[in-house]
Ligand binder design. Structure first.
Ligand code: SPD
Length: 277
């Protein structure tokens, strides 16, 4: 057994006792798989926890479903990042979806996910899924007016992922959407990463007319309080009276009709952060 710590800041972190299952260095990052008593297997990239068998459903459901439910009829969906496959699995719960493109820069993440995280990656080989091993920023250059929903399932905004949290990237996302298109991004913790959280909101608002922020509780992410930012030029993304009947048809463990109904209920301090952004 080893002790592993993800440092959330210089002063606080998440420490778990674990068996080391696999450690490899890919072209882009160190990929580590741990097996822990409480969270099951954990996928860690460059020292940062990406997903765990125990709580992955919370993040993946909350990242995928709100945007897919709000869209009148999502058929073509793009995921940038998300090589573990959890977001793809959730997207395919929506019967209208015909095509999912997954753009992941690091093929090793997919290989590791398929070997060690079969319940998360189980839909990656579905015939509706096409995998592109490419840089998300470059990939979008070629796609104009194609997607109904674009989902940023990125790692934290450090190193190669930093560009995915900036205005020029969101402009490309916007151009890749067709009419009624919606985008959603994971946007870090308002508690421990206020700078990144507020920064992403500011950049997204420069590009899209309608923007909303919602939260979920993800135990293994910094502070546990995690944010998602959803945006569209066509759809009032804060109107959660739309398509509520579709939520009831989804087989989920966290996302549900009550959560959808009050998706944008934010704690006062989070509202304050957004107001001054
Ligand atoms: N600090 C962790 C943020 C990770 C967000 N992406 C995770 C990818 C899981 N599909």
């Amino acid at each position: 057994m080893i002790w592993f710590t993800e440092y959330w800041t210089e002063n606080v972190g998440l420490t778990v006792k674990a068996h080391e299952v696999k450690r490899i260095k890919s072209k882009y990052q160190e990929i580590l798989v741990l097996d822990t008593p409480e969270f099951g297997k954990m996928l860690i990239l460059d020292g940062l926890v990406q997903t765990t068998e125990r709580d992955e459903f919370i993040y993946h459901e909350m990242l995928a479903h709100p945007a897919l439910v709000m869209h009148p009829q999502p058929e073509r969906v793009l995921v940038i990042g998300g090589g573990d496959g959890g977001t793809v699995r959730e997207i395919l719960k929506h019967p209208s979806v015909k095509e999912v493109h997954l753009c992941e820069i690091d093929e090793e993440v997919i290989i590791v996910a398929e070997k060690y995280f079969p319940t998360i990656s189980e839909k990656l080989r579905d015939p509706r899924v096409k995998i592109f091993i490419e840089d998300g920023n470059e990939f979008l250059q070629e796609r104009k007016g194609y997607y109904d929903v674009v989902i940023m399932d990125s790692s934290d905004p450090v190193g190669a992922s930093e560009v995915l949290f900036k205005e020029p990237f969101y402009q490309k996302v916007k151009q890749s959407l067709r009419e009624n298109g919606i985008m959603v991004a994971q946007t870090e913790s308002p508690v421990l990463q206020e700078k990144y959280f507020a920064g992403a909101y500011r950049e997204i608002r420069k590009v899209f007319r309608n923007v909303g922020v919602y939260l979920a509780y993800v135990p293994t992410y910094p502070s546990g309080m995690w944010s998602f930012t959803i945006a569209s030029d066509y759809i009032d993304v804060k109107d959660t009276s739309r398509n509520r009947e579709r939520v009831k048809e989804l087989k989920t463990k966290y996302f549900c009709d009550n959560i959808y109904a009050c998706l944008f209920a934010l704690p006062q301090f989070v509202q304050e952060i957004l107001k001054k952004s």
